[in-house]
Design a protein around this ligand. Sequence first.
Ligand SMILES: [Zn+2]
Length: 485
Amino acid sequence: MNWQELGLKVGLEVHWELATKTKLFCNCPNRLVNRDPDKIIERYLRPSFSELGDIDVAAKVEAMKGKKIIYQFYNDVNCLVEIDEEPPHQPNPEALEISFIIAELLNARIVDEIHVMRKTIIDGSNVSGFQRTMLIGLNGYIETSFGKIGVASISLEEDSARIIDNNKSIFRLDRLGMPEVEISTKPDIHTPEQALEAAEQLGKLLKSTGKVKLGLGVVRQDVNVSIKDGVRTEIKHVQRLSQIPEVVVKEVQRQLDALKKGEKLENSVRVALDDCSTKFLRPLSGAARMYVETDVYPILVDKKLLEKIKKNLPESLDKKLERYLKEYKLSHEIASQLVNERWQIFEEAVNLGIDKAIAASTLVNILKDLSRKGVDVDSLDDQDIINILLAHKHGKIAKEAIPVLIENILKEKDIDKLIDMLKLRSINKSELEKIVEQKIKQNIDKLKTGNAEKILMGLVMAEVRGRIDGSIVNEVVKEKIKSIF
Ligand SMILES: [Zn+2]
């Protein structure tokens, strides 16, 4: 397709959860839970008059359906704020600071005063019937290989409740109130490939802060597509970055097909499906339905804080990769995976004096192997991994014990207890020699039948696996066999 002739224009809207300790408008921890709820709360949507005395048409229509919405409440990650029984607290300063860093990296003009607004959401995913959002920055840009792409706005907002059962309207309240940034680019993208590059650049920039969440489900990407003779379509929830070009191509194709058949097209919101095609959701609404959140005071942006942020902007991931290759002499493959996924914990480990090769192979290879085995590596706590690496550094465990401990850390958080539970405490060479001698004594007849080294190695390893370096075992076994036979 000739994109220039078609007059393709694409804009991106990226939502990314921030890795703060607590939520945006209360002190609940910023984490998901996966168990049965502690309480169930049932609600019905009820329209009310706005400050101007009107009732929102869409709200009225929804309310007339009389739909019951069920919320799953958890004592450890929810409070009265999520169920709209207590006013929101002032916005989390940690989340504000992260959004300032992101706005600076996007070369945006940060607003002087922050106002929390309410955006009407009536699908049940927000208990209050609105989502709170605040504008942080305007008119930024990112650099790409095909030039600058404008960033229209950067907002900080609260995430919605998680849908658990669509048919029964069951939502889980753990995610409600988690802070996320929303970045909207201008429609400066003119080919599907440029759209992918722009999304990748945005992702790299956000990850370079070290303060956004990683893993599945923490990012939501919407893609706006229009062509000269067609209409504007907002495509929601493109799951993976790699799908963006195909989603754009398919949407343009859809519009061209409709035009050819003489069908009437309308601006609309569609949702992306697994095969990159899209499904109609609703007509594109006009101006956003926003009004002021009267329970939160406006916030004057602290200019001194902005100065400090400007002076300490994070290193870009490209620079970091270069540094890892040069300074740490890591392979390109390992270094690029660390930079993309786990650079923070790697740098923390190196700062603690943990061997960089062991830290790198643990964070890349071991975690990948464990994930393949079905271990939920996304639930691992960074601090637990650091503690395991420290146990190795202090000689408590052999290198071989690292994956075994990581696999079991979710069961027992106390590393020392876990080491004893799994019988992984390191032994030294003289303890090993005693074990080898004992095994020889017990199995002398069997060893005489041939291939003594292999048999003995098997017997000893069964007892000391993970407690001492395998190469030392090999060495001791060889020595002892030689001295006997
Ligand atoms: Zn709360």
